[in-house]
Write a protein that binds this ligand. Sequence first.
Ligand code: HEC
Length: 166
Amino acid sequence: MEQVRTNTLLKNKTLKATSLRAVAGTALLSAVVGLSACSSPADPDIKARQDIMKSYSDAMGIMGDMVKAPDTFDAAVLKDQTSFLAEASKSPWVHFGNAESIGNSTKAVWSDNATFVNESEKFQQVTAQLDAVAQTATSVDDFKPAFGDVGASCKSCHTDFKVKTD
Ligand code: HEC
């Protein structure tokens, strides 16, 4: 399973080679300096789920750029991103098992776990829906509503379950 996820992540990163290098660079830096902030990036579960979340942002960014410039619509690029997201939408949740590994999550992930699980299931549904819509989309208008639903799902979960880092 882990192997599958890694491959999918790498496949997505071929479009974003620079961010892959950035991730590798950060990992190297952490190893060298032994960085340990309060978010403990050294914790493998926190790092794994944060890396997956970052890959979501990459995919959303690529699709968001297309939405902003509808003449750049590219069905193949779109389908690549939506299938990546639909698959990767299943991956982070297993890394939220340990309530001690808090990272930038709120305690509600564990104290109100039923709602968190519900949000994660909703997210898997809307990403699957976006991927389904992408299969026949011929313009930005065709996938924009489903794309909006995915963005709303990210935001909805972050409101209660991710600490504000900005
Ligand atoms: C079901 C809840 C949930 C959904 C859905 C969700 N996230 Fe997150 N996200 C979290 C939590 C919790 C964290 C904090 C992880 C941690 O540091 O422990 C997080 C962290 C992040 C981070 C910061 C990663 C880092 O390096 O610290 C980014 C970026 C992010 N999410 C993007 C997204 C995007 C984009 C989507 C939608 C495509 C999304 N997330 C969907 C819960 C969610």
